[in-house]
Design a protein around this ligand. Structure first.
Ligand SMILES: NC(=O)c1ccc[n+]([C@@H]2O[C@H](COP(=O)([O-])OP(=O)(O)OC[C@H]3O[C@@H](n4cnc5c(N)ncnc54)[C@H](O)[C@@H]3O)[C@@H](O)[C@H]2O)c1
Ligand SMILES: CC(C)(O)[C@@H](O)C(=O)O
Ligand SMILES: [Mg+2]
Ligand SMILES: [Mg+2]
Length: 348
């Protein structure tokens, strides 16, 4: 464990240098890891673990699209692909990667297989933190651990294949065996994390729900749309509005600040742009901070979790989500975006 200073604050982190894959394999050599659920995180983590040489099986509903997807990814029914109960029975580590709402519904079928000494692994602090709402209360004699990749399972897999790594947080809720720390770090390295930073279940779920509703997904769409609309209302074409709002951000400027920080991106723009950005970042900060504060309090009081449980437990939740995504896809801004993407020379 290395103590690293992040902007003046010391934190514990685990890097691949300190905990190499070889050590992770040694720690987990006698374990059978069952990936329960094969949606987005399931394939990312499962395939990375398998390619890294761990003993992995998948548990998934038969006769579902994701069962077929698992077969297409090389999992073999009866050998490495099983119904959920059978995978849990064979496993020593159960990676519970169903959707958060499904974890509640399926919990009574998982619990009997959590016998002494096994580990229950989550990629989100949701089920445990909001236990009054989820009913997920593991037995006292199992380890309860978390590795939460900070990104989509699709990116986790892509970055692994590119020889890169997505950072993850890790946490221990319950250490029944005395092995929870080694188990959780080994799994974090095994699923392809870049480095691992320490958290707890509550902090993980509060930050994660805030982040995805905020800058990562909710706020970014709101902010981009607001600027796009103002440009359009003032007579700018969709091409101009989209390029000035989204395309330049994702293709030109975001890679620069990802690489070397915001000041460096600014320094690579005109002094006119720098002056304006430095003057306007304050008003944008002040306008949005109350929204972020409201969002955090809605997360912390459990309202956001409850809303997600209620809507995503309905039988037609997938269709309803798809309808809303369709409306986004068919909005003028993203229809313009589809044409702009097609015009990228690399897509011709
Ligand atoms: N999506 C991500 O990239 C991501 C990133 C970090 C953490 N997480 C967390 O990882 C966990 C898994 O999320 P996900 O997005 O991969 O899940 P998902 O929504 O893709 O669903 C995973 C699986 O659950 C199955 N499922 C849904 N309802 C079911 C039911 N009633 N019975 C049995 N199976 C059912 C689906 O078939 C699918 O295979 C969650 O805790 C999530 O918060 C997800
Ligand atoms: C990929 C995200 C947004 O980071 C994750 O938290 C999720 O819920 O899918
Ligand atoms: Mg999330
Ligand atoms: Mg997240």
């Amino acid at each position: 464990m290395a103590v690293m200073n992040f902007g003046g604050v010391d934190e514990n982190v685990m890097t691949r240098d300190e905990f190499p894959l070889k050590k992770a394999k040694e720690v987990l050599k006698d374990e059978v890891i069952a990936i329960i659920g094969y949606g987005v995180q399931g394939p990312g983590q499962g395939l990375n673990l398998r390619d890294n040489g761990f003993n992995v099986i998948v548990g998934q509903r038969k006769d579902s699209k994701t069962w077929d997807k698992a077969i297409a990814d090389g999992w073999v029914p009866g050998e490495t692909l099983f119904e959920i109960e059978e995978a849990c029975q064979r496993a020593t580590i159960i990676q519970y990667l169903l959707s958060d709402a499904a974890q509640i519904a399926v919990w009574p079928r998982i619990k009997p297989y959590l016998t002494a000494g096994k580990a229950l692994y989550f990629s989100h602090g949701f089920g445990i933190t909001y236990k009054e709402r989820t009913g997920i209360v593991p037995p006292a004699d199992v380890d309860v651990i978390l590795v939460a990749p900070k990104g989509s399972g699709t990116s986790l897999r892509r970055m692994f294949l590119q020889g890169r790594g997505l950072n993850s947080s890790y946490a221990i809720f319950q250490d029944a065996t005395g092995k929870a720390k080694d188990r959780v770090i080994a799994l974090g390295i095994g699923v392809g994390s870049g480095y691992l930073f320490e958290t707890n279940f509550k902090k993980e779920v509060y930050s994660d729900l805030t982040g995805e509703r905020g800058t990562l997904m909710g706020a970014i769409q709101g902010l981009l749309l607001a600027q796009y609309e103002v440009l359009r209302e003032n007579g700018h074409t969709p091409s101009e509005a989209f390029n000035e709002t989204v395309e330049e951000l994702t293709q030109s400027l975001m890679p620069l600040f990802a690489e070397n920080g915001m000041d460096w991106m600014y320094a690579n723009c005109s002094t006119t742009a720098q002056r304006g950005a430095l003057d306007w970042m304050g008003p944008f900060h002040d306008a949005t901070k109350p929204v972020f504060a409201k969002l955090y309090s809605e997360v912390a009081c459990g309202n956001e979790a409850q809303r997600s449980i209620d809507t995503n437990s309905k039988p037609d939740y997938r269709e309803k989500l798809e309808e809303e995504l369709k409306a986004l896809r068919e909005s003028e801004m993203w229809r313009a975006g589809a044409v702009v993407r097609k015009l990228r020379p690399e897509n011709n």
